[in-house]
Ligand binder design. Structure first.
Ligand SMILES: [Zn+2]
Ligand SMILES: [Zn+2]
Length: 357
């Protein structure tokens, strides 16, 4: 067995690196408090508590810090620390720029068929100008009536329309068909199975019952993630960190423009493990008012082995340029380009969505 490291030194190092990266104070404090709580224990008690899983009974020690301690004691550099060190000293701005440059398309966008502000053609032309090779059109599903979600009938008509628009677009670019399907209360998806099977890309999101209690929300998300039609789990926590920019509309918040919203509560480790198992990508939603998932969850999804999609969730052409925001957060968390599905060509992307386990 490898020689144990000093877990308290590791926790302090993590706090230092987080602080230097200008991360939220409460994150930094979590590691410093844990280091302080553990500094009072004998080496024997520390080892015993790590062994029987009772570290988290100590005030100031949570799951993440306890895991770091267990890894240190096992002689491994904690995964959390390794990721921070991997991005240390690197130019995050350059990394975000490189990641943005590697993106070849956007997998979550809306048109005026649901609650977007512009016709499909305009969204597509803006994407061409941005240098994208594809745009996945993901209008809402029927139950999201406030966003004029598409019935099966309207979605079939949209597919015909997209085929016509594609025929007139420049070579080397195409609109891929898709949907942002509601994850219903029981975890099923709000559209006919045969239609979901026809689409190139299926994004699934929770838009209702965001305050479901933890076990219910976890079950709901697990069922959706295990659905073979679901390719990308959209805006994972549903949080709103700020009011929407003026003139931007979106589902579920008509008349509540100034409202922020807490993250929904679910067991992120279990959900991300399921995403990794079923090869369902986790969305990094670039919208400034969403910034979803928060960075701590992006790191956990990365540790779990998940793929990501860095999407804009654009409801207007200009918002297609918001991918930069998602890239910045991904770079801060050390997400490598090879884990991001929209660095692939349209052919690779569609081959993946149709052959996932
Ligand atoms: Zn949504
Ligand atoms: Zn959306």
């Amino acid at each position: 067995m490898a020689e144990a490291r000093d877990p308290i030194a590791d926790l302090r190092r993590i706090a230092f690196l987080l602080e230097r990266a200008n991360e939220a104070t409460y994150r930094v404090r979590a590691f410093r408090s844990a280091a302080k709580a553990l500094a009072g224990l004998s080496a024997a008690e520390l080892a015993e508590r790590a062994g029987n899983g009772t570290l988290t009974e100590l005030a100031g020690v949570g799951d993440v810090t306890a895991r770091c301690v267990a890894e240190s004691l096992a002689g491994e550099e904690p995964v959390y620390l390794r990721r921070l060190v991997a991005t240390e000293g690197s130019d995050l701005d350059a990394e975000a720029t490189a990641l943005r440059a590697a993106l070849r398309g956007d997998c979550h966008t809306h048109s005026d068929w649901s609650d977007g502000g512009s016709p499909i053609e305009e969204m597509a032309l803006a994407a061409v100008e941005l240098g994208h090779e594809y745009l996945v059109l993901t209008d809402h599903s029927p139950r999201l009536t406030v966003a004029r979600g598409l019935t099966a009938e309207r979605l079939r008509r949209q597919l015909d329309h997209v085929a016509q628009v594609n025929a007139a677009l420049p070579e080397g670019f195409r609109i891929l068909t898709g949907i942002e399907v509601d994850i219903l209360a029981d975890g099923s998806l709000d559209q006919d199975d045969d239609l979901l099977g026809r689409l190139d890309v299926v994004v699934g999101s929770v838009h209702s019952g965001l305050k479901d209690e933890r076990s219910k929300m976890t079950r709901r998300m697990l069922k959706a993630v295990a659905n073979p039609h679901l390719d990308i789990l959209g805006h994972v926590t549903g949080r709103m960190v700020s009011s929407r920019p003026a003139g931007v509309t979106g589902p579920g918040d008509r008349g509540h423009r100034a409202r922020t919203r807490a993250e929904s509560d679910f067991d992120a480790d279990v959900v991300f493990a399921a995403c990794a198992e079923h090869d369902t990508a986790v969305e990094i939603n670039s919208r400034p008012e969403r910034q979803d998932p928060p960075k701590r969850l992006i790191r956990r999804a990365l540790e779990a082995g998940c793929r990501f999609a860095i999407n804009t969730d654009a409801h207007a052409p200009g918002q297609l340029d918001w991918q930069r925001f998602g890239c910045e957060r991904a770079a801060l968390c050390g997400v490598p380009a090879d884990r991001v599905i929209n660095t692939w060509s349209a052919e690779q992307l569609v081959a993946w969505t149709h052959h996932r386990p």
